[in-house]
Design a protein around this ligand. Structure first.
Ligand SMILES: [Zn+2]
Length: 404
């Protein structure tokens, strides 16, 4: 018997829609708690957000944590033994795992999620043999970047790993194509992703209650930048028995909104959608307008560690404010800003010889940047509920990007 009260529950409730658009505010009910959407999921790849304890996460209003099936694959039996990711990590709230497909494909292509045209050309010109990942019908063969040993992961393996980790939400195993891949290659990869989706679904259903509560599965949509591919796969996957959908792929900034619209117009309205790996404020605003419910990305915490601080007026480099007595951002309600840490103090902490002091900087700066993004999603939700989303979006964008 599971100790979780709502252990068999997974559902999505739409509370309010953005008139004339696909966006909405809603609630995702999971065995480990509710997620009020739109929501940002903090990334704890290995089950912990770097430098933050579960308490530190709760302090900034985090609602859910995303971890990675690939990175946790070797400890997954231990996680299962301890009752699943929420318990094992000490987070005890809603969790999601990625399938690992993106990580192993990234070894091959070296591509991020949103790339510039220059980067696209550079990657296209790289030789195939330099790639570290090879796609086969049953999965992806890759060279482990640490051990240099050959390894393999496919839909079956990914589902078994994710069901041992036991997050509330899992992602089906997919093949991420890069912006450099041709239309023909995308057709081939998409058909494979659809076959893998069915295998993912079958294997997942065998194990979804293994840990005593319902684990849900999202199908992941690919299709590159092509409208016909995006629509046809959304229609097909939309008819499959997934609990929700992951919106995947490499996007160019200027077509993100179109791609999301093509997918979300075809998907069933009553299932939640997660936009994978994007979190710049404009991506989140466009995502929320176009019907994405949840978001994740490592950027806010990674940038904090490098001394890049988010504010409503765009981000800045902390080393430009070595002498400043201002807080990171006036009006911010994160622990660093409410306790009155100045930019000068924080910069000195970042540069300290003392490891414990540097650690404290990493914690405070990560909390600030994550709080900025979480607050953005809270404000978006409020604006949708009060029917003023488009005004909110315009005001935010005007201020955030005016300095660029
Ligand atoms: Zn702050």
């Amino acid at each position: 018997m599971s100790e979780y009260k709502n252990s068999n529950i997974f559902s999505f409730e739409i509370v309010k829609k953005i008139p004339g658009h696909l966006g909405r505010a809603g609630i995702i009910h999971t065995p480990h708690g509710d997620i009020m959407t739109p929501a940002f999921m903090c990334v704890g790849t290995r089950g912990q957000v770097p430098f933050l304890s579960p308490e530190d996460l709760r302090e900034i209003g985090a609602q859910a944590m995303l971890s990675n099936g690939y990175h946790l694959r070797n400890v997954s039996p231990e996680i299962a033994e301890q009752g699943g990711l929420a318990k094992w990590s000490g987070w005890n709230g809603p969790t999601l795992t990625d399938s690992g497909g993106f990580q192993v494909m990234s070894l091959g292509s070296g591509l991020g999620k949103v790339v510039s045209m220059e980067r696209e050309k550079e990657v296209t010109n790289r030789k195939k043999e330099e790639r570290l990942a090879i796609v086969t019908e049953t999965g992806i063969e890759f060279t482990d970047p640490v051990t240099k040993e050959l390894d393999f992961i496919g839909p079956k393996e990914s589902m078994e790993i994710q069901c041992r980790i036991g997050a509330d939400i899992h992602m089906a195993f997919d093949e991420l194509t890069s912006l450099a891949d041709s239309y023909e290659y995308n057709v081939e990869a998409l058909e494979r992703t659809e076959r893998w989706a069915q295998i993912s679904l079958d294997v997942h259903r065998e194990h979804e209650y293994d840990l005593g509560y319902k684990q849900s599965l999202y199908g992941v949509l690919q299709g590159g930048r092509w409208e016909d591919l995006r629509r046809s796969t959304a229609k097909k996957m939309g008819q499959m028995d997934f609990d929700g959908y992951g919106l995947g792929g490499a996007f160019l900034k200027n077509n993100l909104g179109d791609i999301l619209r093509w997918c979300n117009e075809e998907l069933p309205e009553n299932k939640p959608r997660h936009l994978l790996g994007l979190s710049h404020p404009d991506d989140i605003l466009i995502g929320a307008l176009s019907g994405a419910d949840t978001f994740d990305c490592v950027a806010p915490s990674r940038e904090a560690r490098h001394g890049r601080i988010y504010t409503h007026d765009g981000y800045y480099a902390l080393n430009k404010f070595k002498e400043s007595d201002e807080v990171l951002e006036e009006g911010c309600d994160c622990p660093a800003c409410t306790k009155g840490y100045t930019r000068k103090q924080l910069y000195a902490m970042l540069k300290s010889e003392d490891k414990a002091i540097r650690y404290e900087y990493f914690k405070l700066a990560t909390q600030h940047n994550l709080r900025f993004i979480i607050r953005l999603t809270e404000e978006i939700r409020q604006a949708i509920l009060e029917e003023r989303f488009e005004q909110y979006k315009d005001d935010f964008m005007m201020r955030y990007y005016k300095h660029k």
